[in-house]
Design a protein around this ligand. Structure first.
Ligand SMILES: O=C(O)CCCC[C@@H]1SC[C@@H]2NC(=O)N[C@@H]21
Length: 189
């Protein structure tokens, strides 16, 4: 989306498609939990979104996903919904997803506008995934401390358990984003 042409119908459709993609991945039940925190396959789409849509459209996609969950559709982990989830034990992660979309999306825009070589694209996109992960964990840790009353150490431990698998999801998101952006270069944020 160039700032000159503003938000187009295509952008609205892309926002809806990526919000739906996150919701679809939430339908698959979490394969394990660490305390109150579920394994979230949605993280693949959460990290893919800012890579492909950039900051504003990516933030809108995550915002739309959260909105439909708050309004009652069972799109949060384990089929949860409602505004209470935003201030529940995993609420901080959802705020982190939103923050991550805006921040990592801005990094994606800077990176992609430099037109990196195709062989380097997944590497640069992995940097975007890492920035996203920092935002997600920041939100998650603060949320666990504020809403679940965990100590900083307990909140850190709950996050560390997911780092390895989240990096694998980040690599998957990079590979998907590379394929999508190579096939549809006009999508680039
Ligand atoms: O309640 C929700 O829907 C949000 C779940 C958040 C789970 C977090 S996201 C980062 C970390 N990686 C995972 O696989 N699970 C946690």
């Amino acid at each position: 989306m160039s700032s000159r042409r503003g938000f187009q119908a295509t952008d609205l459709a892309l926002v809806a498609v990526f919000a739906a993609l996150i919701a679809v991945l939430a339908v698959i039940p979490p394969i394990f939990m660490v305390g109150a925190v579920p394994f979230a396959l949605q993280m693949i789409a959460v990290m893919l979104t800012p890579m492909v849509l950039g900051s504003v459209r990516g933030g809108c996609a995550i915002g739309l996903y959260i909105l439909v969950g708050v309004l009652g559709l069972p799109v949060f982990s384990g089929g949860a919904s409602g505004v209470g989830v935003l201030v529940g034990p995993t609420g901080g992660f959802l705020w982190g997803w939103l923050l991550g979309a805006f921040v990592a999306g801005a990094v994606a825009t800077v990176v992609l506008r430099r037109r990196p070589r195709k062989s380097m694209l997944p590497v640069w996109l992995f940097l975007v995934a890492l920035v996203d992960l920092v935002c997600v964990y920041l939100g998650g840790i603060l949320g666990l401390m504020a809403f679940a009353k965990l100590s900083l150490n307990a909140a850190l431990a709950a996050n560390i358990a997911f780092v390895g698998l989240d990096l694998v999801k980040g690599i998957l998101a990079c590979l998907i984003a590379t394929a999508v952006l190579t096939a549809f270069p006009r999508l680039m944020p």
